[in-house]
Write a new protein. Structure first.
Lengths: 290, 67
């Protein structure tokens, strides 16, 4: 992988990681469509993507630095006391509950998931499936909104009927967390399924995005700790990879700021339609290039 | 739900997770591993240590507290 390719991949991954459009799907599809010489089946490709994910996780840590201090403090206080007395303590335990199913599924499905990395066709298919999921989440959410606030005058009034991240149930947190494992499939978006899961669990759009971003951080960091050492056992352009990681972090920070603002009044639908179109277009381009 | 019996059960589960984690770390356990030839499975070990910590926390939450 050349310097420019690595930097492009960093920008692409960082910009798409937090949008519900699957950064992994894009990272698998774009090099195949552009006929880049490096292969996704190369042993250094997954650690490279993981390194880029670490850039994203760092951006999220910076964005939520104040909240993470509260969450970590809340975690230890609640764990030692054996009782939850504040929102930050509850959020800490919710994040632990949501992270465990993703960790179990990630560790035990790792081998099967990696088998999909070699196939851009699978990524294109999953991207279409991701788009349908986003549209499905919003369809179900609109139904819930009509029941919760049938006379609401604006979208903001409707959103007020729904909860913030700390008030999701523990069962819902575990289910949303388990959904993260779907994102190991290239084409299925981690933030998409977790935001969608949060919406179905009764969160406001912006709070679903916040819960998704907070939930992603320990998962991505954990995956990074496991995969990054492999970078140093294979021959890779480490300087280019690190520069790409920085670029990914900057792009992810800006994306997160944009999305938190967007979800004050926006929905998942535009991203759903984008994924369907991008998946179908990728499929067509791959067939043409075959 | 607070009960000392449940709490003890969770502590036992936590200890079991620690033992399973150690077995993975020393390569004794080879269930659902990506590379059966590897002498150590540290990823699985880390997972089971996290599960053990979660079980101990859950045990503390379910322990009957003196008022």
């Amino acid at each position: 992988m050349s310097w420019w390719q690595a930097l492009f991949m960093g920008l692409l991954q960082g910009a798409t990681e937090l949008f519900p459009v699957s950064s992994l799907g894009h990272a698998v599809l774009v090099p195949s469509i552009l006929h880049w010489s490096f292969r996704q089946s190369d042993p250094s490709f997954v650690p490279f993507l993981t390194l880029l994910h670490l850039g994203t996780a760092t951006a999220l840590l910076v964005l939520y630095r104040g909240q993470w201090v509260e969450i970590i403090r809340g975690f230890f206080v609640a764990a030692v006391r054996g009782r939850i007395t504040s929102d930050s303590e509850r959020l800490a335990m919710l994040l632990l509950t949501g992270t465990i199913p993703a960790a179990i599924l990630g560790v035990y499905l790792e081998k099967h998931i990696k088998a999909f990395f070699a196939s851009p066709y699978a990524a294109a298919g999953f991207l279409v499936a991701n788009g349908l999921l986003m549209l499905g989440f919003e369809f179900l959410r609109r139904r819930a909104e009509r029941r919760a606030a049938p006379d609401a005058a604006s979208h903001e009034d409707v959103e007020e009927q729904f909860a913030d991240a700390a008030h999701i149930s523990f069962v819902a947190a575990a289910i949303v967390g388990a959904c993260q494992a779907l994102a190991f499939l290239p084409g299925i978006s981690r933030s998409g399924v977790t935001i969608g899961g949060g919406l179905l669990a009764g969160l406001r759009h912006q709070e679903a995005a916040r819960f998704s971003f907070l939930l992603a951080t320990p998962t991505i960091l954990g995956a990074g700790l496991i995969e990054v050492p492999q970078l140093f056992t294979t021959s890779v352009p480490l300087a280019a990879y690190l520069a790409a990681t920085v670029l990914a972090g900057i792009a992810a920070y800006l994306s997160a700021r944009f999305l938190l603002r967007y979800f004050r009044s926006g929905r998942l639908d535009p991203y759903g339609w984008y994924c369907i179109a991008a998946g179908l277009l990728s499929f067509a381009l791959l067939r043409l290039n075959a | 739900m607070r009960s000392n019996a449940l709490s003890l059960g969770l502590v036992a589960l936590g200890v079991a997770f620690l033992i399973i984690g150690a077995l993975y770390a020393f390569g004794v356990l080879q269930i659902f591993v990506s590379d059966p030839n590897s002498p150590h499975h540290y990823t699985h070990m880390i997972l089971f240590v996290v599960l053990a910590v979660a079980a101990f926390i859950a045990a503390n939450f379910t322990r009957a507290k003196a008022v």
